[in-house]
Ligand binder design. Structure first.
Ligand code: HEC
Length: 267
């Protein structure tokens, strides 16, 4: 392939990734929702994470666990940033089985969220990293390089991806999901105003889907903002170092170069 052709197909590949909805190999229709944690300066939106936590608690927790997430992390400043009292009060709503006392007790800060209550519902702790929303064309990963893996986009699209088709298969109900690009056993769970947000945000279906997706992204990757920041510092540092090296190099060899130039002039 000529360089020109290669450049053209690379440009085409990039252009493909900018549409609002795309469908590519293996994943269904994923909407490219905007999230505050995208881009090199992105960070989690505290209010959104708190709303997402509310949606998780009121809607998803009936079936899905979050067993790798300790309650105390809810106080994290770059996360939902609950006050220690609010976090403890929140944790106390959950009962966990304590092996030491061989009995159930209200959960406390160091405890984790409970595992899934429904056997077939996967744990959601790492779901935002396990699912990929953006598949680069031809598996090149170009989309992923520019826009991340799209786990949050996948989750939000999945929650909004029902088209109303249902089917009984082997005695169980299945629902068609456009984001999954197939039949799933999870029924639609979001409704307009299905939750009443504590902060007064109108609870449209899309709002709930995005909020819980952002919350699950945080659960899977609580250090995202910090990592981005140190990555950026690294890039700035390396750029500075590279320019200094370039200048030093020029300076060092200048006499030699000038001498060589003088010689050729003489000759
Ligand atoms: C009534 C139980 C129930 C509720 C409530 C529920 N789910 Fe599910 N969920 C399931 C089951 C069962 C599956 C497995 C579906 C399958 O693989 O066919 C599933 C699968 C999923 C998946 C994985 C899809 C995939 O790509 O494999 C995600 C993501 C998910 N649920 C998110 C959520 C979120 C977020 C909420 C809350 C807004 C929620 N679920 C509420 C039962 C539930």
């Amino acid at each position: 392939m000529s360089i020109r052709k290669l450049a053209l197909s690379a440009a085409a590949a990039l252009a493909l990734g900018t549409g609002p909805a795309l469908s590519a190999g293996g994943v269904g229709e994923i909407t490219d929702f905007h999230f505050s944690f995208e881009g090199p300066f992105g960070s989690y939106d505290r209010a959104q994470l708190q709303r997402g936590l509310q949606v998780y608690t009121e809607v998803c927790a009936a079936c899905h666990g979050l067993q790798y997430v300790p309650f105390r992390t809810l106080t994290q400043d770059s996360g939902p940033a609950l006050s220690p009292e609010a976090m403890r009060a929140f944790a106390a709503q959950f009962e966990i089985f304590d092996r030491e006392i061989d009995d159930w007790r209200p959960a406390e800060g160091p405890d984790h969220f409970p595992p899934s209550q429904m056997e077939t519902a996967p744990d959601l702790s790492l779901m935002a990293k396990a699912r990929i929303g953006f598949e680069g064309p031809y598996g090149l990963g170009i989309n992923q390089f520019f826009r991340g893996l799209g786990g949050a986009e996948y989750i939000a699209s999945f929650l909004l991806g029902y088209d109303g088709r249902e089917e009984m298969q082997a005695g169980a109900m299945f629902y068609y999901n456009k984001a999954y690009d197939g039949w799933v056993s999870m029924a639609p769970v979001l409704w307009e105003d299905g939750v009443e947000y504590a902060d007064g945000t109108p609870a449209t279906m899309e709002q709930q889907a995005k909020d819980v997706a952002a919350f699950l992204m945080w659960a899977a990757e609580p250090g995202l903002a910090e990592r981005k920041r140190s990555g950026l510092v690294g890039v700035i540092f390396l750029t500075l170092l590279a320019s200094l090296l370039y200048l030093t190099n020029k300076r060092l060899w200048a006499p030699v170069k000038n001498a060589a130039k003088g010689k050729t002039k003489d000759a």
